[in-house]
Ligand binder design. Structure first.
Ligand code: SAH
Ligand code: SF4
Ligand code: F3S
Length: 433
């Protein structure tokens, strides 16, 4: 039987879809295909911003016809939106042809839910308040070779006032270090070349008393030709020890994703981020003192309630001062149940739109400048994919720079050294050395 999975949201969800594929395989759905041919379609949803939700609802609505034509088709919906308060009821009401709704804490039940659904006509809904076991015991079908994602924590305790993640992913739980190290060792032996440690806030990892820097040190000490990346780091928990471990191991990528969110202290405080602009910049200064060429990327939000023009300007100046090589930029989206959604002074959409345009322009200018400086330099990339349309192989180097080159044989999974001849936005084109 055939399956199709549609994934929205972050790396956490991409990896969870690999686990969903593992479960579907165990249920007899062993061939991936397009929606039209599928016997089961799973939506793995996100609710971080309103447009992520609208997108998913639009795509689910479109399946009504398909289900009519093919009544044996199963449609399941999981992920963060399914876990959101009141959403399962809404889905049952609005999209009665959805067969299964499952939350973020009970992925390992999916097989049982599929079996249950086969025996009933009703929508099967299963949601749990919290994840009961840290280990889910699911073997993922990995689709991201040569990279492999490895969860180190689940959930989040930070309650940034704009963010819904703590409500839909539950309290932070760390996996035991032995489990993580065993998984990484197996992946390296199986030929994976990049291991990305995943958590909403990897810096607050605490597995059987072991903190993140020590865990990272142990992961990077595993023998073999591979790189280690991690995300996401929260600036409030960033430490000298982490920088020291990064410096010690050349295997650890020379890039740090450190979401700043805003450049204004008043907005950071309203966001409950628990650091100031000065602390943030000091962390970057420390990082650059120890590892001068380390690249820093970030997440930025514009239009948080009460943000003034001047405070937005502080986010613009932060881009320069921090020297971000790139940034994910977002318009603030009120999420029901979060503190910020209740705040006075919500910013009108047209104001936020203008701000995001200016921010994107500012970030892009800086990215282009950095890219242009790479022309003439050499880059060691890990080849990730082949772009059939453009006819180029592509991959990233340890700093996160994207390199493209031509080759007449399959190179995915190889480390390749490129001499950069041309820069186009974030894309660097080169010749193999
Ligand atoms: N755990 C990570 C990020 C998770 S969400 C961290 O703390 O860094 C990814 C990004 O989405 C956040 O960094 C933030 O910039 C953005 N985001 C979260 N909630 C949002 C909202 N309500 N509106 C707009 N952007 C939001
Ligand atoms: Fe959301 Fe903040 Fe947790 Fe990140 S740290 S997931 S932004 S609450
Ligand atoms: Fe990720 Fe979206 Fe959930 S960003 S944690 S999939 S709300």
């Amino acid at each position: 039987m055939k399956y199709h999975i549609t994934t929205y949201g972050c790396q956490m969800n991409l990896h969870e879809s690999e686990k969903i594929a593992g479960i579907l395989n165990a249920c007899g759905y062993d061939e991936e295909c397009g929606e039209e041919e599928a016997d089961i379609i799973v939506f793995n949803t996100c609710c971080i911003r309103e447009n992520a939700e609208n997108h998913a609802f639009g795509n689910i609505g479109a399946l009504k016809k398909l289900k009519k034509r093919k009544p044996s088709l199963l449609i399941a919906m999981g992920g963060c939106m399914a876990q959101e308060a009141g959403k399962a009821e809404y889905i049952k009401r609005k999209f009665p042809f959805v067969d299964i709704v499952f939350g973020t804490h009970n992925l390992c039940e999916l097989q049982a839910l599929i079996e249950k659904k086969r025996a009933t006509k009703k929508t099967v809904v299963s949601l749990k308040e919290e994840r009961e076991m840290v280990e889910d015991g699911i073997t993922p079908v990995r689709k991201s070779y040569p990279n492999a994602w490895v969860n180190i924590t689940y959930g989040c305790n930070n309650f940034c006032t704009y963010c819904i993640v703590p409500y839909v992913r539950g309290r932070e739980k760390s996996r035991a270090p032995e489990e993580i190290l065993k998984e990484v060792e197996e992946l390296v032996q199986a030929g994976y070349k990049e291991i990305t440690l995943l958590g909403q806030n990897v810096n607050s990892y605490s597995g059987n008393g072991m903190r993140f820097p020590e865990l990272l040190d142990k992961v990077a000490s595993i023998g073999g030709n591979f790189r280690v990346a991690f995300m996401t780091s929260h600036p409030k928990d960033f430490s000298e020890e982490l920088v020291a471990v990064m410096k010690k191991h050349s295997k650890i990528c020379r890039r740090l994703h450190l979401p700043a969110q805003s450049g204004s202290d008043r907005i950071l405080s309203l966001m409950n981020r628990r650091y100031t602009r000065e602390k943030y910049l000091n962390e970057i200064a420390l990082l650059r003192r120890e590892i001068p060429d380390c690249e820093v990327t970030t997440d930025l939000i514009v239009g948080f309630p009460t943000e003034t023009e001047e405070e937005f300007g502080e986010t613009l100046t932060l881009v320069r001062e921090a020297g971000f090589s790139s940034a994910f930029t977002f318009v603030y989206s009120p999420r029901a149940g979060t503190k910020a959604a209740e705040m006075e002074g919500q910013i009108p959409e047209d104001v936020s739109k203008l701000r995001i345009m200016r921010l994107v322009e500012c970030v892009n200018r800086q990215t282009r400048e950095k890219s242009a400086r790479c022309v003439g330099q050499t880059l060691e990339i890990l080849v990730e994919d082949y772009d059939g349309k453009k006819g180029f192989y592509l991959g990233r180097d340890s700093y996160g720079r994207m390199g493209y080159f031509k080759s007449d044989r399959d190179r995915v999974g190889e480390f390749v050294t490129l001499k950069i001849t041309k820069a186009n936005g974030v894309s660097l084109f080169g010749e193999e050395q």
